[in-house]
Write a protein that binds this ligand. Structure first.
Ligand SMILES: Cc1cc2nc3c(=O)[nH]c(=O)nc-3n(C[C@H](O)[C@H](O)[C@H](O)COP(=O)(O)OP(=O)(O)OC[C@H]3O[C@@H](n4cnc5c(N)ncnc54)[C@H](O)[C@@H]3O)c2cc1C
Ligand code: FES
Length: 266
């Protein structure tokens, strides 16, 4: 884990309230693995005090670290106002990452909203065409595939209001006739809101398909010290809780207690 003062190289608006930020952070970028995250201190002052966690969305050969973020509160508003040359204190790479698929062609990536950030990095690293299902609330939240380096992938879109792509949820795209993940997929990777992950977990567990999910949770320290990010382990595990920051954010679906998860994660 490295703490680095990283300069913003660009900070482009790519969709409604959504920005892609480049940070010059060669040491973190060199060690980053898809699924890992960084903690960014957004202000030099006491407020906001806590660092904010963000998935690593990609890395560039010149040492650039890509962060895709949606403006939801004070910290992300400060980030959105940062121009090139602004410096942020960045800690990372943190947490575990995705296990790479043995056969990328048999992998299905399912992203809800900002869940596309870690899955883009995974898709870039496979270097092969993978199928990605993305879901947004509406068309103006859709992030152009080109800016995520996903031109080589097959991407399907669903929007809840039907303004683009399939009218409905991203999990609708998962279900062929009946309630099944289409044949031919041996591994599912998912990141997004908890209800979406619950639906994916239900499908993959029932069909016996390997699935890794990347969870978001409230995080104060990001280092295993505050207990703030605990999620319940599956019944029968040797532990009652896992820490998303250290044991995750990527988990095999079968290791979590999905029935108890909702109350613990925003
Ligand atoms: C491992 C991890 C990876 C993440 N990756 C990304 C990413 O790639 N892109 C991205 O846009 N966001 C990501 N997030 C969420 C991001 O950390 C929060 O959106 C951010 O901390 C909000 O900071 P803020 O100061 O703007 O909002 P705050 O003022 O702290 O909160 C504003 C609102 O956002 C909600 N909120 C705060 N934190 C979270 C959270 N972790 N999950 C859901 N809602 C939250 C609060 O409940 C509140 O309603 C990630 C979170 C985790 C734990
Ligand atoms: S964020 Fe503090 S223990 Fe995980």
């Amino acid at each position: 884990m490295i703490e680095q003062h990283a300069e913003v190289t660009f900070n482009d608006r790519v969709a409604a309230d959504t920005y892609l930020m480049g940070l010059k952070s060669p040491d973190i970028a060199a060690r980053a693995h898809p699924g890992q995250f960084v903690m960014i201190r957004v202000g030099a002052q006491a407020d906001p005090l806590l660092r904010r966690p963000f998935s690593i969305c990609g890395v560039r050969k010149d040492g650039g670290l890509l962060i895709l973020y949606r403006v939801v509160g004070r910290g992300t508003r400060i980030m959105a106002g940062a121009g090139p040359g602004t410096g942020f204190d960045v800690l990372g790479p943190l947490g575990n990452g995705f296990d790479f698929p043995a056969q990328p062609g048999e992998s299905l990536l399912v992203a809800g909203g900002m869940g596309i950030a870690p899955l883009s990095f995974l898709a870039q690293r496979t270097g092969q065409e993978v199928q990605i299902l993305t879901g947004y609330a509406c068309a103006d939240q859709q992030i152009p595939f080109e800016c995520l380096g996903l031109s080589h992938c097959a991407v399907l879109v669903a929007t809840e209001d039907g303004t683009i792509g399939h009218h409905g949820r991203v999990t609708d795209l998962l279900q062929e006739s009946g309630n099944h993940i289409p044949h031919g997929y041996a591994q599912v990777y998912a990141c997004g809101p908890i209800p979406m992950l619950m639906a994916v977990a239900d499908l993959t567990l029932r069909q016996g398909i390997a699935c890794q999910v990347s969870l978001e949770s409230t995080m104060a320290c990001g280092l295993g010290a505050c207990q703030g990010c605990a999620v319940p382990a599956a019944p029968g595990s040797d532990r009652r809780y896992y820490h998303v920051c250290q044991d995750g954010p990527v988990f095999e679906v079968g290791t979590l207690d999905w029935e108890q998860l909702q109350p613990h994660v925003p």
